[in-house]
Design a protein. Structure first.
Length: 297
């Protein structure tokens, strides 16, 4: 084999995916997404060699994705994946365009939805009255307190195991993106609600939050089930906002910042890799403080 001869992108893609899996320890879902996004680019450019890629080619690819009515954020995912792929190739002495030359589309300002303290209380009070079956009622109450009281992502929460929660400790660890460990803290109410819920459990499932439906009895609770429950409870509580499990995570962060928590600590609690991601909450807090200050007028 002539190693000096440039090879097509399709030759390097399996090597890169293997690198993501073994060296970067990315999740199967992340690797699957990268394969999809990069595969689309390779197909669009008819599988050229890395040194044939140019900026115009990438801009035309982005435009083609936009014409398919993909969101700007989704188009950017493709370019981020391509940047990372090119960086890998250059690091392995393959001639290719500099990733820094590939620009991302500017995203519109993101509207951040969070609940006020009054709305949080309405949601929790509603949860105590909806379900007639105790195990469902206390499971759902525990879910709400855990999401709001820990700032966990719903995907992180549904993967919790019973053994992770200790009755004598408000702290536990989870493994998140890239197999990193993160310390998670619970409020007393969250821990108490979990203990109450577990007192009704008679199964041997390892997962903390499980289904009690006949067609999926004792199986791990799904993300969709949690999303449907939160959305339904918010509607029943007359909260006129689009409420998702992530809304409770936003509420966790804004509540801490409004109580003068420092942003670096909130970043660590949320598990954000970059402080820039956490800074979106400061705009909400600044707006709130402006309204408070306007009371002087």
């Amino acid at each position: 084999m002539d190693y000096r001869k440039p090879k097509k992108l399709s030759h390097y893609l399996p090597l890169y995916l293997n690198y993501l899996k073994i060296t970067k320890n990315y999740s199967p879902k992340t690797s699957e997404n990268y394969n999809l996004w990069l595969g689309r680019f390779i197909k669009y450019v008819s599988d050229v060699t890395p040194n044939e890629i140019n900026k115009v080619m990438v801009e035309e690819f982005s435009a083609s994705l936009s014409m398919k009515w993909l969101w700007v954020k989704t188009v950017n995912y493709h370019i981020v994946a391509l940047r990372a792929f090119l960086k890998y190739l250059i690091r392995n002495d393959v001639d290719a365009i500099s990733p820094e030359k590939l620009e991302l589309a500017k995203l519109p300002p993101k509207e951040l939805t969070y609940l006020s303290q009054e709305e949080i209380e309405k949601l929790f009070e509603l949860a105590k009255t909806v379900e007639s079956k105790d195990i469902i009622k206390y499971r759902n109450i525990a879910i709400l307190y855990t999401l709001y009281g820990s700032g966990l992502r719903v995907s992180e929460m549904i993967n919790l195991k019973r053994e992770q929660i200790k009755t004598d400790n408000n702290q536990f660890s989870i493994v998140w993106k890239g197999a990193k460990q993160r310390a998670v803290f619970m409020t007393d109410k969250a821990k108490e609600s979990i203990e109450k819920y577990l007192s009704f459990r008679t199964d041997s499932s390892l997962f903390l939050f499980i289904s009690v439906s006949n067609n999926s009895l004792w199986k791990q609770l799904t993300r969709v089930s949690v999303e449907d429950m939160v959305r339904n409870y918010a509607k029943l509580a007359d909260i006129n906002k689009k409420v998702t499990p992530h809304t409770l995570r936003h509420s966790f962060a804004t509540s801490l910042l409004m109580k003068w928590a420092d942003i670096r600590s909130v970043q660590a609690l949320l598990g954000h890799s970059s402080i820039t991601t956490t800074q979106v909450y400061t705009h909400v807090v600044d707006s709130h403080l402006q309204k408070v200050h306007d009371l002087l007028n």
